[in-house]
Write a protein that binds this ligand. Structure first.
Ligand SMILES: [Ca+2]
Ligand SMILES: [Ca+2]
Length: 175
């Protein structure tokens, strides 16, 4: 009986390694910003227009427009950005990629640009139906929390690892 405990122990030991990946987002694309439209929209060198997910900054002619735009310029213009693209709809009705945008802030952390605009007070939360929940965002995210592969691969990856471990364990038993 006691030998059967091993695979379950293995699972329990392995589980925490995957939890952060499940809880946070992921990096779906990496590109460079070459134009900022306003406080929540920019263009990239890869030819996409990006709309920052779940936030709203003032439109042209509205109070705070320049504050929001200039702040976004200071954060992303000419820089490499990492995009977590919405897995639910990908784009909005205008064909813009709906994203949470990250910029590397240190060797271990990324800054969440959507959250930075909220913290600065130049944009407000507008929680649309998508993969994101703006109420859970942190300004800084550890790189392990936003892996560079889609989150839907995590479960198959986890199951494959577990299966392989079980096969190896079984073979050892048979010998
Ligand atoms: Ca995504
Ligand atoms: Ca949302």
């Amino acid at each position: 009986m006691k030998i059967k405990v091993f695979p379950f122990l293995f699972l329990i030991v392995l589980m925490p390694c995957f939890v952060p990946f499940v809880l946070a987002g992921e990096i779906d694309a990496t590109t460079v910003v070459d134009w900022v439209i306003d406080g929540d929209t920019f263009d990239t060198t890869s030819g996409d227009r990006v709309r920052l997910a779940d936030i709203d900054a003032p439109e042209y002619g509205e109070p705070g427009y320049y504050d929001a735009k200039n702040f976004l310029i200071s954060l992303v213009y000419g820089k490499t950005v990492h995009l977590d693209i919405d897995d639910v709809y990908e784009t909005d009705k205008y064909g813009r990629l709906v994203c949470v945008v990250y910029v590397k802030s240190s060797s271990t952390h990324y800054k969440n640009i959507n959250k930075a605009l909220l913290v600065e007070g130049v944009a407000v939360i507008k929680n649309y139906h998508n993969e994101f929940d703006p109420y859970t965002w942190n300004l800084y995210v550890h790189k392990d929390e936003i892996p560079e592969f889609p989150s839907f691969l995590i479960l198959p990856l986890f199951m494959t690892t577990t299966l392989l471990a079980l096969i190896v364990y079984r073979r050892k038993q048979i010998r």
